[in-house]
Design a protein. Structure first.
Length: 134
């Protein structure tokens, strides 16, 4: 557990098979803030977990434009209540532009020229027709 200010930014990460991809607490002074955007949270016990002590209005908490895989009751928690993705979005007012992927995202890693790794992403998932708008 770390006390952080609104300058903390967690972006562009792959969080796979974690216990909790993101767990945050209300700050006792009510001024906690951070950015958690453009992350991929795949096959985690819980994608987002909020532990509340009722001292923060969450004005500076920005959670959005993330991609999650594997929905279900208990995959998200807001103010002590476990929920699925749709309920989390409504209750928390977070992740408004985030999506729940219909299938796991696979990334092929190949050895490129001069030792550079090249990443291949499935075109069907990233295409606008598939609803990917990040």
């Amino acid at each position: 557990h770390a006390t952080v200010g609104q300058d903390l930014k967690v972006m562009l990460n792959w969080l796979i098979h974690c216990g909790r991809a993101l767990r945050f607490y209300d700050d006792e002074d009510g001024d906690v803030g951070f950015v958690f955007t453009h992350n991929f949270s795949l096959d985690n016990v819980r994608h987002v977990e909020h532990i509340e002590n009722q001292t923060d209005d969450h004005t500076n908490v920005k959670i959005d434009f993330n991609t999650y895989y594997q929905d279900g009751s208990g995959k998200f928690e807001w103010r002590g209540a476990l929920s699925d993705f749709a309920t989390w979005k409504i209750n928390s007012s977070r992740d408004i532009n985030s999506i729940m992927s219909p299938s796991p995202i696979t990334v092929g890693i190949e050895q490129g020229t001069a030792g550079v790794l090249e990443f291949e992403r499935p075109q069907s998932f990233l295409s606008p027709a598939a609803g990917f708008s990040h």
